[in-house]
Design a protein around this ligand. Structure first.
Ligand code: G6P
Length: 489
């Protein structure tokens, strides 16, 4: 906290992310209804009392007319949100194209577009131009709202070009950039045609953060091998300018889950679910319907488990919540049909008149329903092929203090670094290994489950989202002060 006119004031934090934490629905020419979507980042920052946070980002809707834009800006201001308006063409090229069809798969080791995605490769340059243009539009809005002393915290792969644009406006702006996905090995990053330009613009930030030490190390290697810069224990140095690079593993607001579980309506829901699935063990998957989440592989592993363990067939059910996402991108459309096909086949093969092995839902659940589901689950399956962190694993653990269920966790999720000792770690590509892990989890004795749960629960309740946000921002403030001292010396 600083002082203004003798009164304490909180430091302002401008959080810049592609998507604002609201869903906006237009109800009339100048009428909008807004709903806060409480994802990880929102709850992290709600808990941070030291800063006064404002959000800058895209509202996820196309608003071509001035009347609509003005009304939405006004409505968002009440939620401390500031919109960046992107037109349909930019959204198509920047968001669907460069972000979600190029950077997202590449950063998750799924490679650059191939075969039928070749068309995208040909339009690579126009998509990259749109990416830079969109990042510049974000920078313009930040610049309009920036006040001296503010901290600007840029988030994720959508905004890798932003630190550079911001520093061009004002070199003394405090700029941090945090990546929520993995940063891949430099050998993967170097296949990207715009590899150097992106690295250089991220390096314009004062502090660059990742979920794990490995991602930070990959980033530093990419800068040394591709740009020929010097990597130091603190970060990356370029002609005397140091960009600090470090790991800041995110967490969740575990108290929010604890409070929810105490609510009478959630308790009631838990009771209903227990009755509904009585006599069967509940296995749960909660994922966005995204290729990185390994949903088809997970379901095939479950099929293998049923195949090899006939005695379990009517005693276990897999509930898979698959939240639709990025539905305009063809790869995601294909994945939806593929998953439906596999689920239908397995239910046909192992279902009976009284029991269906897989309940697959193509939708999200509200927060309270989700908490109840986590609480009644015996085994959670988080088998992402790659994942920056994966907070579903944290949420499950936070809701399991009564039941002490088992977490099966991909070794390729960032969360494996923190929950590895309590979970059963698996290679999600190895269907036999996952099928065996399902068997081990279902048969695990209570004392072993308790021991594993305790390890994970302690971690999840002590490494919270609030702590993550506070650590990043105070590190950013310190980094800037240290750089000023170094320049003076
Ligand atoms: C990942 C990304 C986020 C993104 C979220 C939902 O977690 O790291 O930046 O907001 O997916 O994806 P969407 O494309 O719907 O924003």
């Amino acid at each position: 906290c600083g002082q203004k006119d003798g009164k304490p004031v909180r430091q302002r934090l401008l959080v810049v992310a592609n998507r604002l934490p609201v869903s906006a629905v237009r109800r009339g020419e100048d009428v909008w209804s807004l709903e806060i979507s409480a994802g990880g980042l929102v709850s992290a920052l709600l808990g941070v009392k030291e800063f006064e946070a404002r959000w800058i980002g895209w509202a996820g809707v196309n608003v071509p007319d001035e009347v609509g834009q003005k009304a939405l800006t006004k409505a968002l201001a009440e939620k401390r949100c500031i919109p960046v308006f992107l037109d349909e063409e930019i959204v198509h090229q920047y968001y669907n194209g460069y972000c979600n069809n190029i950077l997202w798969p590449l950063f998750h080791y799924l490679g650059l577009p191939q075969e039928d995605r070749l068309a995208t490769t040909r339009s690579f340059q126009s998509q990259f131009d749109a990416y830079k243009k969109a990042n510049q539009m974000f920078a313009d809005v930040v610049n309009q709202h920036y006040e001296e002393g503010d901290v600007v915290w840029c988030h994720d792969y959508h905004l890798m070009f932003l630190p550079k644009c911001l520093k061009e406006y004002n070199s003394s702006m405090k700029v941090g950039w945090f990546l929520h996905t993995p940063f891949p090995s430099s050998e993967i990053h170097r296949t990207l045609p715009s590899r150097s330009e992106l690295l250089r613009s991220v390096l314009a930030a004062d502090l660059v953060g990742f979920h794990t030490y490995d991602y930070a190390r990959h980033f530093v290697s990419a800068c040394t091998r591709i740009l020929g810069l010097e990597g130091t224990p603190e970060g990356v140095e370029d002609q005397g300018k140091l960009t600090r690079v470090a790991a800041f593993p995110i967490g969740i607001d575990s108290d929010r889950f604890k409070r929810a579980l105490e609510l009478p309506q959630v308790q009631e829901h838990i009771k209903e679910l227990k009755e509904r699935f009585s006599g069967r063990k509940v296995m749960l998957g909660v994922d966005r319907l995204d290729m990185i989440k390994g949903i088809p592989q997970k379901i095939l592993a479950f099929e293998k488990f049923l195949e090899e363990n006939p005695t379990w067939r009517e005693k276990v059910v897999l509930l898979q919540i698959a939240v639709p996402t990025r539905t305009d991108v063809p790869e995601y459309q294909k994945l939806t049909s593929q998953v439906h096909e596999i689920v239908g086949r397995i239910n046909g093969r192992f279902g009976t008149l009284t029991a269906v092995p897989i309940h697959h839902l193509d939708r999200s659940l509200d927060f309270h329903a989700l908490c109840a589901l986590y609480a009644v689950t015996d085994v959670a399956l988080v088998t992402s092929l790659r994942d920056g962190m994966n907070l579903v694993s944290y949420e499950f653990v936070a809701c399991q203090d009564a039941k002490k269920g088992v977490l099966i966790l991909s070794e390729f999720a960032g969360a494996a670094q923190s929950l590895g000792a309590g979970a059963i770690l698996v290679n999600p590509w190895n269907i036999t290994e996952v099928a065996n892990a399902i068997f081990q989890a279902l048969e695990m004795k209570a004392d072993e489950r308790e021991k594993r749960h305790k390890h994970n629960f302690t971690h999840v309740t002590t490494h919270t989202a609030q702590e993550w946000a506070e650590t990043f921002v105070s590190e950013l403030n310190d980094t800037v002060v240290e750089a000023e001292i170094r320049t003076r010396e």
